[in-house]
Design a protein around this ligand. Structure first.
Ligand code: 13P
Ligand code: SF4
Length: 341
């Protein structure tokens, strides 16, 4: 493969930019073709400069594309890690490379910071499935039953909840309440997967992740037939039969940890596409089979978008104070509980 530095210069891909970004290309060369680097490098170079000028840090979710995740991000992780780390950020500005609820959560956790999201259209089908009014109606229907809300929700929904959870700690959060039953919102598949691991009765909602609901047990059977011995890891936003057909289910961080610790010969991550690229960069000896679905919301975030965000200080994410105070409490209670796996 030709060195990216020897290619014809794209607009902005000067010899200086090529030289400054060459060590970053080394990091991603297994997942980013050399021919693409002259397109990415000028934006990466500009973002690194703008971060210094603005005193900004970039937080990126595990589903961000590898050229974002591995070059401009300062902090990467699953939803739980991003919430926890956002609270510790010292810089003036947080650029959240993920979806809108993650940016809102960062703002809740560190309200004095300017939180930017590069594209306001980066939503989430789970967050869109429920409103604060829906939660109030459920509480009226089930008086006294505690409400556990997945972080993939708006701040308004979090504000109506007793505690938040992520896929990394859902069972632990549910059991921490000491209740016989809980209202668990809004992902019906995650609710089913949690219910399978606890004695607590789960009252669920009808939200679904538009990415994970597309995987089927037949996909896993095909993988196992075509790749004997493959290890299959699924995200718990998949339907229960998909999780049951897999070798392990866990949050994006739990999947990364599984691969890093066990180094399977061949693995399939039943989740969003970019995850495999990012885990592959850190685990060069593992062979990844990629039966993946794209999250169109996560893919709204691009290098030109991040650069534009830092140049113009857009789009700022804020949460009204009355909502923020109640939502923060629910997130802080979750962060205090930590991980379950
Ligand atoms: P994690 O918390 O496992 O990173 O999942 C976030 C998400 O959006 C999954 O679709
Ligand atoms: Fe939402 Fe699913 Fe995209 Fe995650 S992958 S942000 S749950 S739509």
């Amino acid at each position: 493969m030709a060195s990216p530095a020897t290619r014809v210069h794209e607009d902005g891909y000067t010899p200086e930019v090529a030289a400054r970004t060459a060590p970053l290309y080394e990091r991603v060369k297994r997942v980013v073709p050399a021919i693409e680097w002259p397109v990415f490098a000028p934006d990466i170079d500009a973002i690194l400069r703008l971060k210094r000028e603005r005193n900004a840090v970039v937080l990126a979710h595990n589903y961000q594309t590898p050229e974002i995740f591995n070059t401009v991000a300062d902090i990467v992780g699953d939803s739980l890690a991003l919430a926890r780390e956002a609270a510790r950020v010292d810089a003036d500005v947080i650029v959240l490379c993920g979806v809108h609820f993650m940016a809102e959560t960062a703002k809740l956790m560190n309200p004095s910071k300017t939180v930017l999201i590069p594209d306001l259209r980066a939503g989430c089908s789970l967050a869109a499935s429920i409103t604060g009014a829906d939660v109030r109606a459920l509480k009226a229907r089930y008086p006294g039953v505690p409400v556990v809300t997945y972080v993939n929700t708006s701040a308004e929904v979090k504000a109506e909840s007793d505690i938040c959870c992520t896929s990394g700690n859902a069972v632990k959060v549910v059991e921490s309440l000491g209740a016989d039953r809980v209202i668990f919102l809004p992902d019906e598949y995650l609710a089913r997967n949690v219910a399978a691991e606890t004695e607590v009765e789960i009252i669920s909602w009808h939200g679904r992740c538009e990415v994970h609901e597309r995987f089927t047990p037949a996909d896993i059977a095909t993988l196992r037939r075509d790749h004997p011995g493959i290890v299959v890891l699924a995200h718990p936003e998949c339907d229960r039969p998909v999780v049951e057909a897999s070798d392990f289910a866990g949050s994006t961080a739990a999947m990364s940890k599984y691969v890093a610790e066990r180094q399977p010969d061949q693995v399939a991550l039943i989740t969003e596409c970019s995850m495999s690229d990012n885990v592959a960069v850190a685990n060069p000896d593992v062979d990844f089979v990629r039966p993946c679905n794209l999250c169109p919301h996560m893919k709204r975030i691009t290098l030109p978008g991040i650069r534009h965000s830092l140049e113009t200080m857009t789009w700022e994410v804020d949460v009204p104070a009355d909502v923020a105070d109640r939502a923060r409490l629910a997130v802080e209670r979750m962060v205090a509980i930590g991980w379950s796996k």
